[in-house]
Design a binder for this molecule. Structure first.
Ligand SMILES: [Zn+2]
Ligand SMILES: [Zn+2]
Ligand SMILES: [Zn+2]
Length: 201
């Protein structure tokens, strides 16, 4: 399991890369005057290179989304408490700090209707009438932003592939390990649909 989450950081000083990347991003975000034209142009570039992470500059993003090493789901790590993990207790973060776009339109390579569950803290797909199965009991309960997550584009040093939708509990989970995690319905998560490619720092 060792080479995926969090252990593929390029050699050298990671801090030399991430902050400059972020400055480039913020610079573009500040110049959003291009408006809809800028969004469309960025969308066409999403798959081309690591540098185009900055080309998504018309998008607002939220950081502190993490991989849970216990259940393999994507959860929000930015609060003092870390939600409810289907494997018991709270989620436990490992690896990358994912930085996820929200509040923009869906494209052919980015799916909207991904939401934060205020009960279990996982990222879940809200686009069906049925809101899935929450580790805290009942269905997931959305709060906050509507995330628009890239899929089926190449992975890069700052974008990790193999995040998938679980058709059983509806959360986003990391599918790249042989072990498919721990689903709130019991057993492992079961992937369906797109291969999501999540930006991280
Ligand atoms: Zn967990
Ligand atoms: Zn939930
Ligand atoms: Zn599941």
């Amino acid at each position: 399991m060792g080479l995926q989450n969090g252990f593929t950081t390029p050699p050298g000083d990671p801090s030399a890369f991430a902050p400059s990347s972020r400055r480039a991003f913020l610079g573009r975000a500040a110049g959003v005057g291009a408006g809809i034209v800028g969004v469309a142009a960025a969308a066409t570039l999403v798959g081309t290179s690591a540098a185009t992470a900055a080309s998504q500059g018309a998008q607002a993003v939220q950081e502190k989304w993490r991989y849970c090493q216990k259940c393999s789901s994507l959860f929000y790590w930015g609060y003092p408490s870390h939600g409810v993990c289907p494997s018991g207790g709270a989620h436990s973060a490992e690896g990358y700090n994912f930085v996820l776009p929200y509040g923009v339109g869906e494209t052919s390579t980015a799916q909207a209707d991904w939401r934060y569950c205020q009960k279990c803290y996982s990222m879940f797909f809200w686009g069906y009438p049925d809101k899935g199965y929450c580790a805290a009991g009942g269905a997931h309960s959305a709060q906050g932003y509507t995330f628009v997550l890239p899929h089926d584009v190449p992975g890069t040093a700052t974008r990790q592939r193999d995040w998938r939708y679980c058709q059983r509990c509806r959360v986003m989970f990391f599918w790249g390990y042989p072990d498919k995690g721990y689903c709130a319905l019991g057993g492992a998560h079961s992937a369906q649909g797109y291969n999501f490619v999540l930006p991280h720092v």
